[in-house]
Design a protein around this ligand. Structure first.
Ligand code: HAM
Length: 416
């Protein structure tokens, strides 16, 4: 057998796929309630889109992208995140002119990271974006959607953390203050932090190296360097979250690993996930649409890791199995009639199964049990001759004889 690629994952077992489908149903339902349009963008884009969009100083662009030159000489990338693609689509299709500002997508993303629990090289995200709305109420609404997702999925012990990373002007002041505060401690930090100090000092807050933490804990906080409009915006977001009844905590270290963020940033952390504890993360990105060649429109959104949501689901979530009607044909002469009944049930929208290889009644009944049939329809020579079917309620073992002509409706009544 040819082994799979490291960091990829099959969804194969019935319970697995039921959990995924349940999750997807909840996502579609919620996004519809909040007024989002589902869009689907390609998983392959020009490398430049992410280099410019996600940002040159990010780990994603520096170390993690699946980028290659295709046969036509184009440098292409398997998308590591969806936001730049969503911005591209928003601009390219002039969605604004169609009155569309809120979009979402689900699909695979690719990052060449070290695989571990909750961290894959091919993973899946729900991505949610809103374009051109400046009012802080939208920040809170986006967070509310994220929070509702976690609540509806009944993922236990989730925690919302928020921060503001300000705007370009605040950032310059803050970077100076950060470097000044680091002073002689800078050479003591890890090599990644040394690099960050010159490329994007804010990113020092992302550092996970244990020895660096006491130094980083003493550094100034971005919130103390916000200009008046950014501080007012952040205060309004917090007030709206309070109105919505969503508990939040400020994390000064929440600077997020992508370059485009401005003002509000947030994550929802799950306690049951281990080291990779971010169920979802996002924030505002007010300069990105323009930077990618579009009109000067603000943006805000988040992405949730679907594998992490599935891992966080409580036992039994979405596990309601399909309980079909099962047809048992006794003797070869009833097979065509049984197949006709199978067809009628399915065309009527009912889940129905029949076993073609096991001919004996006992063997067929065993399969009905294994398929967790809700009802079994038994068709023997006598029943066939009389235009009847025997219907067995698999929950209580009750057996009745019904007319073949009314079988579909009888099954529907029992299964509803
Ligand atoms: P991100 O924080 O890079 O943000 O990813 C969002 C979520 O995707 C994470 O919280 C995590 O649940 C999941 N995730 C990320 N990497 C992996 C991985 N290697 N394996 C499994 N799950 C992973 C973004 O991607 C931004 N585009 C979010 C955003 C949208 N900001 C504004 N709009």
């Amino acid at each position: 057998m040819i082994p799979p690629i490291r960091g990829t994952h099959d969804v194969v077992l019935p319970l697995d796929s039921q959990r995924w489908q349940y999750l997807e149903r909840v996502v579609h339902g919620l996004c519809r309630r909040y007024g989002y349009l589902e869009v689907r963008t390609p998983i392959i884009e020009r490398a430049e889109l992410f280099e410019k969009g996600t940002g040159e100083t990010t780990d994603i662009v520096q170390k993690e992208m699946y980028t290659f030159v295709d046969k036509g000489g184009e440098r292409v990338t398997l998308r590591p995140e969806a936001t730049p693609s969503m911005v591209r689509a928003f601009v390219q299709h002039s969605l604004e002119q169609h009155g569309i500002a809120k979009v979402y997508a689900m699909g695979p993303m690719f990052r060449y990271e070290r695989p571990q629990k909750g961290r894959l090289r091919q993973f899946h995200q729900l991505d949610v974006e809103v374009f051109g709305v400046n009012d802080p109420a939208i920040d809170a609404e986006v967070i509310d959607l994220a929070w509702s997702l976690i609540v509806e999925l009944q993922i236990p012990e989730a925690e919302l953390v928020i921060n503001s990373v300000g705007c370009k002007n605040d950032r310059l002041k803050f970077h100076e203050a950060l470097l000044a505060a680091l002073g002689d401690d800078l050479p003591k930090l890890c090599s990644d932090c040394q690099r960050r100090a010159t490329t994007n000092p804010l990113r020092i807050y992302d550092c996970k190296v244990p020895e660096d933490q006491p130094i980083i804990d003493r550094l100034p906080h971005m919130l103390d360097y916000l200009d008046e409009p950014c501080a007012t915006h952040f205060a309004a977001v917090r007030a709206h979250l309070d109105t919505l009844g969503i508990p939040w905590r400020i994390s000064h270290r929440l600077v997020r690993g992508l370059d485009y963020y401005t003002r509000t940033t947030f994550e929802i952390l799950g306690r049951t996930l281990g080291a990779q504890n971010a169920l979802l993360g996002g924030g505002r990105y007010d300069g990105l649409v323009k930077d990618l060649g579009g009109p000067d429109r603000t943006g805000i959104g988040f992405a949730a890791g679907l594998e992490r949501l599935v891992l966080g689901l409580p036992e039994g979530a979405g596990d309601a199995p399909v309980r079909p009607a099962f047809i048992v044909a006794i003797g070869d002469e009833t097979r065509e009639a049984a197949i006709g009944l199978l067809r009628d049930l399915r065309r009527a929208g009912l889940p129905a199964l029949m076993e073609f290889e096991a001919r004996g009644v006992k063997a067929q009944m065993k399969r009905a049990d294994r398929a967790q049939a809700r009802v079994t329809l038994i068709l023997g020579g006598d029943e066939l001759a009389r235009g009847e079917v025997t219907m067995r309620n698999m929950e209580n073992g009750e057996q009745t004889t019904i007319a073949r002509a009314s079988a579909v409706e009888a099954v529907r009544a029992l299964m509803s």
